[in-house]
Design a protein around this ligand. Structure first.
Ligand code: SF4
Ligand code: SF4
Length: 187
């Protein structure tokens, strides 16, 4: 290599980055746009859909969901819906895999979209049932394509999402005509 070529190449890299538009922003005054499928560090929970079955806790590979239930006397014909006494999620150990959401048979639990829940103490990083009850119903569109299809964005101001809109059973299930088209006529 000719003498000085390495220095020239290094200087070119420096010059190129000198005129490049910065990719950093002055957070929190400035914010980068988050993707609507972003799996945040909070959860959206629809109490009216939760039966206390604890499937989410059983599927969590980290074992960080603690559920304590008691008989509620509601929906006894269907097998009884439990009352949730404790529903703690130890968010400090969560890896945001979403398996708890996938495991929920009643679409009661959804990934949230927040990212500013930092706390000085690990013991404060537990989402309690009261926090779940009070949290805004702004689920991530991850695992909820119907929300994405209708242009919903959890980072935009707007109404909370109802469980009917967020759930899979009514919105994703194809109609008879759609199934006919997909599996019979379309073949
Ligand atoms: S996202 Fe994953 S690690 Fe976090 S609570 Fe759910 S199953 Fe557990
Ligand atoms: S959130 Fe879903 S999986 Fe978890 S206890 Fe409630 S109904 Fe069961």
């Amino acid at each position: 290599m000719p003498y000085g070529l390495g220095i020239a190449k290094g200087m070119m890299v420096t010059l190129r980055n000198l005129v490049r538009k910065p990719v950093t922003v002055q957070y929190p005054e400035q914010r980068v746009a988050q993707h609507h499928r972003f799996r945040g560090e909070d959860f959206v929970w629809y109490e009216e859909r939760c039966t206390g079955c604890a499937s989410c806790a059983k599927y969590c590979p980290q074992g960080i969901i603690k559920i304590v239930t008691s008989p509620s006397g509601e929906m006894t014909q269907e097998g009884e819906k439990y009352h949730l006494d404790v529903f703690d999620i130890e968010i400090a150990r969560c890896m945001f895999c979403g398996l708890c959401v996938e495991a929920c048979p009643y679409d009661a639990l959804h990934m949230g979209s927040g990212f500013e829940r930092a706390r000085p103490r690990q013991s404060d990083l537990v989402i309690s049932v009261d926090e779940l009850k009070a949290s805004a119903k702004k689920p991530s569109t991850w695992f909820r394509p119907q929300l994405q299809d209708r242009g919903y964005d959890p980072f935009q101001p707007g109404d909370d999402v109802t469980w009917q809109d967020a759930g899979r059973e009514k919105t994703i299930a194809p109609t008879y005509e759609e199934m006919l088209q997909r599996w019979v006529q379309g073949r």
